[in-house]
Design a protein around this ligand. Sequence first.
Ligand SMILES: NC(=O)c1ccc[n+]([C@@H]2O[C@H](COP(=O)([O-])OP(=O)(O)OC[C@H]3O[C@@H](n4cnc5c(N)ncnc54)[C@H](O)[C@@H]3O)[C@@H](O)[C@H]2O)c1
Length: 336
Amino acid sequence: MVSKETSAAKDAVHTLRVGVVGAGVMGTNHGRVLAGLPGIEMVGIVDPMLEHRTRAEKLIGCKTFADLDAMLAAGVDAVTIAAPTHLHHEVALACIAKGIHVLVEKPIASTVEEGREIVDAAQKAGVTLMIGHVERFNPAVATIKKAIEGEDILSIGITRVGPFPPRMSNVGVVIDLAVHDIDLIRWFTESDIVEVQPQLASAVAEREDIALLQFRTASGVLAHINTNWLTPFKARTVTVATRGKYVMGDLLTRQVTECFGFKTDGSYSMRHLPVGQDEPLRAELMAFLDAVRTGGVPAVTGEEGVASLEIAIQCLEAPKKRAATATRPAPRKVVG
Ligand SMILES: NC(=O)c1ccc[n+]([C@@H]2O[C@H](COP(=O)([O-])OP(=O)(O)OC[C@H]3O[C@@H](n4cnc5c(N)ncnc54)[C@H](O)[C@@H]3O)[C@@H](O)[C@H]2O)c1
């Protein structure tokens, strides 16, 4: 039998003191999920906006702080950073400098350089750094990943469309939405993206609100992402063609189907695959805390976060470079 004292000592070792930075949409979700996880003590949430702190206190019933230093002074082992993206760099470096483990929401930072600085600082300090590419924890995505394991992947198609978000941030669809799918393409193929062919347009917003992005990976897979804020309903679908299978997944309804057993007469078999029920954010935060406890490699590393951001930024830069080097076409003559 474990004595009370030993058990208390064990709890003291395993109980992690965790805080959240940002009490907006994502940060409130982090706080809600963390407050329900075993083995952690929710220290509180930081947000400079009183209204957001009051909302978090009511929803989560946790302590809130008006600035980061106040929360760090209360003592935390790990934080999740869900402040606006342009603050990820500053907040992450401040936490890492104090030896605190960090989960940084996606995208890792506003620029590749800032992302790399976060990665370097975490490495030097020996703290866990994980990036919140939560879609990897969607059970439908996990089922697709398992279905294509060991298969020779040929192409991937991802659609992530919907209406304009209620509050526009200062990024367009590539950084806000497509970065999720760039990460999925890299993860599914376990290969780097080596070619990007983006088409972007700003139909209504100042930043791009339509993006059709084509990629080639080092392993030779062709992939495309169709994303926009101009579709009246949300849709998130993934298709993967391999030599032996065609896998189709709906990330919202969480239905995954595979076609297989292709015959020369064009016939094939089809089956629905079992999909788990986990809440993606819960699974992601548990994976982060597990990496903190064990010191193991986190499920989404900082380097992976930087690589996906780098491709997203290439998608934004490529059309500008094309425009700068394009020669103006001669006026077209209509003959007839
Ligand atoms: N993984 C996902 O699916 C997903 C979804 C949405 C947003 N995000 C990411 O989460 C982050 C936050 O996005 P959001 O939609 O919750 O934004 P939001 O605007 O709803 O929330 C941001 C919050 O941060 C607060 N804040 C501002 N300055 C701060 C500071 N110095 N310290 C602490 N808090 C501060 C704001 O007051 C606000 O409450 C972004 O990086 C975004 O890309 C990820």
